[in-house]
Design a protein around this ligand. Structure first.
Ligand SMILES: [Zn+2]
Ligand SMILES: [Zn+2]
Length: 139
């Protein structure tokens, strides 16, 4: 599990805001911070039967969310090897879909002609896949 830097959480002054993308602190443990309440307003749903997350739960939740984002956006070559093949394929398709409209000359998990490792590569002038590291070295 990746450790997430949560300011002020460790010295126990204020608990971290439970909203996954928020780095802020909150006054009441498990409740969104003032900034998030203002920002999200009615989008924040309150479950009367639920209970507020404790600070360790909030930290674990943030770490898991960040991990998921990292996995979704990481080059396929950087993904953990224990990832099931179907997840890998799904991510590959996801990458392809997002990469396609942006730049057809850039693709994840290509073998770089120069270092022969698999990276997210760009087609160079000669039509060969080249990774970012080799591209900067050559220029
Ligand atoms: Zn917040
Ligand atoms: Zn390379």
């Amino acid at each position: 599990m990746t450790a997430v830097a949560v300011p002020y959480a460790e010295d126990g002054l204020f608990p971290p805001c439970p909203i996954a993308g928020c780095q802020g602190i909150t006054e009441t443990e498990g409740q969104p911070c003032a900034g998030c309440r203002e920002l999200f307003g009615d989008y924040l749903t309150h479950d009367p039967a639920g209970r507020p997350m404790t600070t360790p739960e909030v930290i674990a939740h943030k770490a898991a969310t960040l991990d998921a984002y990292r996995t979704m956006t990481a080059p396929l070559s950087d993904l953990p090897p224990e990832l099931p093949p179907e997840t890998r394929t799904a991510l590959d398709e996801l990458h392809a879909r997002f990469d396609a409209p942006r730049d057809k000359t850039r693709k994840a998990n290509q073998r770089c002609w120069c270092c022969e490792e698999r990276h997210t590569c760009t087609r160079n002038a000669r039509g060969l896949w080249e990774c970012d590291t080799c591209r900067t070295v050559e220029q």
